[in-house]
Ligand binder design. Sequence first.
Ligand code: C2E
Ligand code: CA
Ligand code: CA
Length: 907
Amino acid sequence: MFKVGVISVDDVLMRAAQRIGGLPLAVYVLALLVIPLIGLGALTLREIDRNDDQAAAAAAVADAAAVHAAAATLLVPLEVERIVSIGLVSIDELGLERSLVTVLTGVDFGAISLANAERLENSFESLAALLPAGSAWLGDSDLENVRQGVFDERSAVSEMQATRASVERRFDAASQLVDDLLMWSAEPLELAATDSSTASGLADELNRLVDVVISARNEADALASLAFSPGTIDESTVIGVSVLHLAALHEASDDDPAGIGVVRSYYDAMVPIEPWMYEVNPSLALDPTVVSRLADALVNRAEYLDVVSAYSIDRASEITASVDRYADEAESRNHTTMLTIAALALASLVFGFVMIRSFASPLNRLRTHAERISRGELSSQQLSLAGPSDVRKVTSAMNEMASTLSLVQEHMHELARSDRVDQADLRELPGHVGASMRTSMERVTALTERLRASEARLAEEARIDMLTGLPNRFAVVEYLEQAQHAASQDEHSNVTGVMFVDIDGFKSVNDMHGHAVGDIVLREIARRLSGAIRDVDFVARLGGDEFLVVVDHVSGSETLAAFGSRLIDEIEQPYSVGDRLFSVSASIGATVLEPGGSAMGAVERADAAVYQAKHRGRRRVEMFDATMQRSIEHQAELELALRQAIQHDELRIHLQPIADMSTGLPTGAEVLVRWERPGVGLVQPGEFIPIAERSGLIFDLERWVLRATCSLLARWRREGRGLRMRLAVNISGHHLIEGDLLADLDHALSSTGADPRMLEIELTESHLLDDVERASSVLAAVRGRGVTVAIDDFGTGYSSMTYLQKLPVDVVKIDRSFIATATANHFDSTIVESVVTLGRALALEIVAEGIETSDQLAFAIGAGVTRGQGFLLARPVPVDVAEELIFGVPLFDAGAVRVGVDARDHR
Ligand code: C2E
Ligand code: CA
Ligand code: CA
């Protein structure tokens, strides 16, 4: 690579290419067509110019040729006239009679002169016509002067006024003029002769013709000198001029053999010039024989000159016509060239446009296709091949690219669907894309396999309960299915027993001593259960404090129940953790695998039985029976009906007003749900809330209640009443811990426009304690929205007092069981009083619920409870009835009750 300064030639070419690189292809094609066209045009113009030059040269030659021929033609009559004039003047000088000489010699110079006069005149005229005034050839009046001189001299000769000297002078001048003209006109001819064109040949030919004329004239002139001025000319001169003339004829005969042949035969027939004619003594000039021969020779020359003249005029006009034609041809050649060039240019432009059209539209389609591909629209549609072969090649490459891309896309889709791609399919993909695609696929496949392996491992691990090391609930299902299968095959009618073990009072261990201790106890229970069963039996932890025991080959229900009792005994043995001793008990529900039944069915039956066992006082084994079966079925039915009830809007809300204890005036109400079941009537929540909680319907149900309550609050707000009132909605612990209470609350408030400060939610304390952290954070957020939080059924839990300080609550509702017995039972009244004291210390509102008698009311007031709720004050009623109570008079006479309290205290 060589360099120019610091920039390499490559750089320059690159830059140039970049600069013009952005132009459309059509411009290149046009340039490709137009640039050679311009070159061709330039060449043609040059050719036309050359042709023009040639035409001009030919025209100049033609002009010169015409003058040359005319001048040569004039020579002949001029020479004849000169010979005649000299002859006559010589006769006069000899003192002879002209007529006598004519008689003696038979030569009549006067007649010859007369005959010559016309041709002389014509020759002058045609020459004058060729030399217009001001022509470059001569001065303005030169030709006219010579002509006038010749005719003046002619008159002088006929009137015998002329002398030999005057004649010589006049005709010398004329000859001089003709010679000048010949010389001048010969110049362009000679120029043209050096040229190689056709015109040069013609110029040569004309020159040779003129040579014939001049040499004939010279010969005649030589003879005339011999005749009229003997001794002035010698033999060699005479022979010389003859030889020159014959040479000229010979030269010209190639050009026109026939014409020159005729001239030549005239020449040969003439009286020859013989040696004696010029050897004679001047005195012999009067010898009649000599004179007559000379005169004959002279007349012959004059006639011969006529022949030469006539021939040369014809021939010269032919030649000049040829030159003219040549000029014309040059011109018409130009015309043709111009036409050809124009046609060529037109054709190439048409071709150019056809070409541009032929690739422009396929290119355009290519472009849109490429744009579509770059937007990721990979249709399977292939571009049809059209246009020039290059464009076709690009198009088919584009098609291949698109199909490769869509193959890639297809594989991607397949991968997304099925996590593995058939390697055989991938082989179709070419090049690097294919290679990297194959590698990716292999990796994905390997990864998927690893994932599957670890999934399997996880599943394996998932079958084991991490705390106790026992099989977990998933393992239970598997085990029971196998056992069920084995039982169905067994012909010995052996019974397999399934026992649901639920630890009683385990919550209090957790609550009082913490989860770490609870975990130790659970592990110990697991150990004892595993120790109590045989190898063929199976024990698993279902979760929390629930275990499942499967006992193979039991003889009947009694044996099973007895074994259950043994298990309870085992569990009831004290547990020592550190220096502390604990004791828990258990309730057991038992059933047997039914042939053809389902594994989960057995667990459900055992669950129903344990529920019964707890219900019947705990620490006992309860066998599943037909009554329970019916209750299970009833529950299932109820669940289905409740699901539809929520959808079909069969729920209602009733309100139970709550009163301010110091005034008796309503402060709001508790919202209690009812189910208006078609064909059954009003169903109380006690019957369907537990089902809703177990089946998860509780979320939908409470969303419905929240919404109904907020709608009511919004209506009150619009009506401008009850702005100080609060409606308290019961919220299940499931909803608080597992559901999305905040979102449901927000939705109810925002979709109705209710004021959050008019809303209260009630949660039972046992629920709050399931997951204190989660409960605290959700409740804090609820309060953050302005909604009041109450703890419901307070006192039924185990460690209520401890948690009261920790939980973000505003209201405590003392469970009605305390109120019911407070007036009779000193322990319960003390509990109520201490709750009030603690509540006051924590700045909480205290609500007493379940006030049924005026004694209870009086006790509650006396204990310092701030608000009261109960059948004595108001029952739960439909909304319209409740509104009359809430916005009406006090629910009790505060003054009267107070008197009663005072009276009792006084006693
Ligand atoms: P709760 O939250 O303790 O509601 C108060 C229950 O006590 C109501 O029973 C009410 O009618 C009753 N009650 C009120 N005053 C007295 C009285 O002086 N003496 C007696 N013996 N009872 C009285 P109800 O309406 O049958 O509700 C039963 C339970 O159903 C409620 O107990 C509550 O736990 C639940 N519940 C009601 N509505 C809903 C709800 O919308 N969501 C949830 N999760 N639970 C609800
Ligand atoms: Ca309640
Ligand atoms: Ca309650």
